[in-house]
Each structure stands twice: as structure tokens, then as C-alpha cells.
Design a protein around this ligand. Sequence first.
Ligand code: PRP
Ligand code: URA
Length: 210
Amino acid sequence: MRDNITLINHPLLAHKISMLRDKNTGTNEFRKLVEEVSMLMGYEALRDLPLEDVEIETPIETCMSPMLAGKKLALVPILRAGLGMVGGMLTLCPTAKVGHIGMYRDEDTHIPQEYYCKLPKPIEDRLIIVMDPMTATGGSAEDAITQIKGAGGTHIKYMTIIAAPEGLERVASVHPDVQIYVAQIDRCLNADAYICPGLGDAGDRIFGTK
Ligand code: PRP
Ligand code: URA
């Protein structure tokens, strides 16, 4: 596997993702699970956040103790399904700014069409976490990251819950400077470019639009 891909292995993630896959999991539970999975993944994806020692006065004495330092965060969900991951990440980092990139896949060509982009400014100095639960062909993530780089983003990570091997390879090779965090790599894409076994259409399952 490429150096810029981190496969996050954890029994809690595995269990929750199996529940996401289950077609009998309803919208309410599905949303909660996506949030929990995102929080667990975020814990790992933010492992290298820089720390600096600051002086803290405990009830007993004064000490030097580590707190987060350096770059501020920007969370950038790819609409719509990426929105489901925002709450979990905000639980971890409540002060993060949130940008949005709107993309939908053309049903016939499967090529992503961008319809919205609003990023926090200035974006240059922020650590940017792009989020989308599904990486199928990889086109949406590739284009979203290209868009963010075009706007000045330099330090970018990408979090995705389930990826098809070809989509993951595409994003990782086109953006070798972006560290990718993925919880499960599935078998393949079907003729409609859906991930197999996957979980179906993540946007529809989060928003109950099927
Ligand atoms: C889904 C998903 C990703 C994209 C992945 O979005 O949330 O954004 O497909 O496919 P790709 O890797 O082949 O680009 P969709 O286009 O269905 O839009 P939606 O989230 O608004 O339903
Ligand atoms: N988008 C989804 O939501 N699911 C897939 O399997 C592929 C693209």
C-alpha cells in the first residue's frame, strides 16, 4: 500500500461499519453511526497534531503541560454525504472552521460535477481535513482536493470510511502529498460504479432520500 494511505484498524470501527453496511439500518441509526465512526477515525487522523508546553496552575502546583499548537483546522465535507462526518469531527475539535464542496456524480458517466465551493479564508495556514464516507471511482475526492489546492490549501488530509481499491489508488497517486485515512477497503466497483459490498448510496442513507 502507498505511504500516503493509512488503513485504520480497530474492532469498534469494524463493528460500526458492519452496522452501516446492513440494509436494515435506518436513517437515524445510520447518521449516528457515521458520526461515531468519523470521531474514531478523526482520533487517528489527528494523531500528529503538534503540541506545545504551556504553564498550567493545578490546584496543587504550577507545571508545564502540553496543549495543541500550530495550524488551525478546517473541516471540508464533500456534499452531501460528507456532511454526516462533520458532527463527529467537531466533537473532537469544536473550534474548527467548516468549508463545503458540493459534488454530485453524473449518473451515466460517473464523472463528478461541482456545484458549490465555500472555504474558510485564509485557507493557506490551516490543516484541512477533507471528508467523504465513500470513495468509489475517486473522482469526487480527487477534484475536491484539486479545488482546495487551487484555493491555496497546502496541508491536506482526506478521511473516507469505505473505499474501492481503484478509487483509493487514484486519489493517493494524483495527490501523493495528501495523507489518506480509510477504515475499510472493499472488493471492487460494480457497473454503476457503486462499491461492492459497500453500503449503498451514503447520501441517500444519511438524509433518507431514497
Ligand atoms: C457519493 C459519495 C461521494 C461520491 C463517491 O456522492 O458521497 O461524494 O459519490 O464517488 P466517486 O468516488 O466515484 O466520485 P454522490 O455523487 O452520490 O452525491 P450525494 O452525496 O449528493 O448523494
Ligand atoms: N457513492 C455512494 O454513496 N456509494 C457508492 O457505493 C458509490 C458512490
